[in-house]
Design a protein around this ligand. Sequence first.
Ligand code: B4P
Length: 190
Amino acid sequence: MLNLILFGPPGAGKGTQSEKIIAKYNLIHLSTGDLLRSEIQSGTELGLKAKTLMDQGILVPDEVVIGMIDNKLKEHRSAAGFIFDGFPRTVKQAEALDNLLTSYNEGISVMVALSVDDDELLARLLNRGKTSGRPDDQNEELIAKRIQEYNSKTKPVADYYQGQGKFVAINGIGEIDFIFGEISKAIEAA
Ligand code: B4P
């Protein structure tokens, strides 16, 4: 089984590159951002609570996203592998993911981290906000808050996987297809 974590700050290209990775490697795509937005669209209680936090650029509680991932892993027991996009975003989520995968005699194969500087992130997200309708892409202050959440809560997740010898950093600035080529090399070396 190939279990890949695609890591990086908001706007680094995780969603963009996930689409290409799924097409090439036939993995199940688990994006906690997409799962949460789908809950919001369905108007569930979970979605309503998550919306309040997401609209402020704040991470939703660990238990909520861990529960969603647990359900999806159960749903796809015979998958060739998974791509975790935007998850784990805290060390607690990383530990929970390791425990879940261990219970299926599986583990993370590799974490691929896209690095992009803050000015480029801001430009990309504001640009996406013009067409996406996503409230969290609409203003600079909110995007700065998301980057701040990433720096304080999510960055330590990279150290967690570095400690396990599973971390590969890739420059996330440049042609989308070139970056995809670099990601493919990291996956095939894993
Ligand atoms: P996400 O949906 O994960 O949002 P994101 O990080 O903004 O998206 P992504 O990084 O995939 O966007 P991409 O770069 O592809 O999370 C949203 C919110 O949900 C979070 O703030 C949080 O509140 C909550 N949440 C989600 N998961 C959670 C968790 N595990 N725990 C707690 N809370 C959680 O795209 C950005 C733009 O860049 C696009 O317009 C794209 O076209 C462009 N782009 C991509 N690659 C490019 C390139 N190489 N060059 C130029 N532009 C590029």
